[in-house]
Design a protein around this ligand. Sequence first.
Ligand code: FES
Ligand code: FE2
Length: 370
Amino acid sequence: MRPAIDGVELAVPAPGRNLPPRAFTSPAVFDAEQRAIFARSWVHVADLVDLPSPGSYVAAKIGRTPVLVLRDRKTGELRAFLNACRHRGAQLLDGKGTCDKQIKCPYHAWSYGHDGALVGVPYREEFDGDIAAMGLVPVRVGTVGPLVFACLDPAAPELAAWVGQLPAALELAGAASWALGYELAYELEANWKLFVENANDGYHIQFVHDLLTDLLAPDSGETTLEAHGAYTVARINPAYVPPERDPGEAKIRFGCIFPNLIPVLSPSDLTYIRVDPVAHDRLRLFVRSYDHPEFANLRELRKLAFERTADQDIAVVERTMRGLHAEGLPPGVHSSRLEERIGHIERLWADAMLREYGPTNKRLLAVAGA
Ligand code: FES
Ligand SMILES: [Fe+2]
């Protein structure tokens, strides 16, 4: 029998075919994705601007898993841990800020060093057995330009392999030194995959987005599929290119680092949208935009344009979510060129789900001694 979750067969969709609607509406599928996708991927958790000095921390999430990222007070290194106390599991830190030499749990005051070691336990003698090794659970952490990623899976590929050509593109643009221009957040009634797919859908632009249709030179996009993502590079309409710049070089790069980061790099800015999964039918968007110093004067204008475009996307994504609740709706299709990245993302999704829940799950076989 083919593996399935809540009636959703775990199989790579045939070319041009989409995942079934229930893959977007099922709470059981959403739960299964937490382990198969979010716990196995490198996920964006913060930016370097959140961790400016020794002791800075950010509380973040990888899917539903709370993590904390910290700049070690002694060594200045970035570290990440599960944001959960080893005593009874209370979340340790909230929001972002600077923490003392020790991270103290607000519940029973266990405390941990910045290396995660357990350093203080009130009434320690009252605990049976050896609890000395009950330090914070470490999480992998790494950076790409101004972005910080973390990964719960010790067996996942290295971050550099995960993010493909993105570091080279950010490096070439010099984006690591750009200033933070604006930050936005949204909450939507839709499954997280729908927003990621919409952001990788080149087909809707001319029907939904007035400004983007104007900005992009028609039919100029070239798409690259990567092991854990996909991106398209398109030319900017010459009318938007300052006269002193070569219009042939004015390009915009957009796509996805699987599972949930949408970085958009243009000559003027790096803007990303992170799609945080909240429930099967709810997501949050976290948006930040960094700008090239020469274009900082256009910041307000860019923000207005982003907000207008985001409102247009949100409307169609929530509309799609409502439609996908229709019982009896067969799986949809996608165009092999204009929606190529959607097909790729759905293949990555199915591969990850099959690795975890399919009949040849190597982890399960290893446990069974096969
Ligand atoms: S849960 Fe943290 S000290 Fe008890
Ligand atoms: Fe869009």
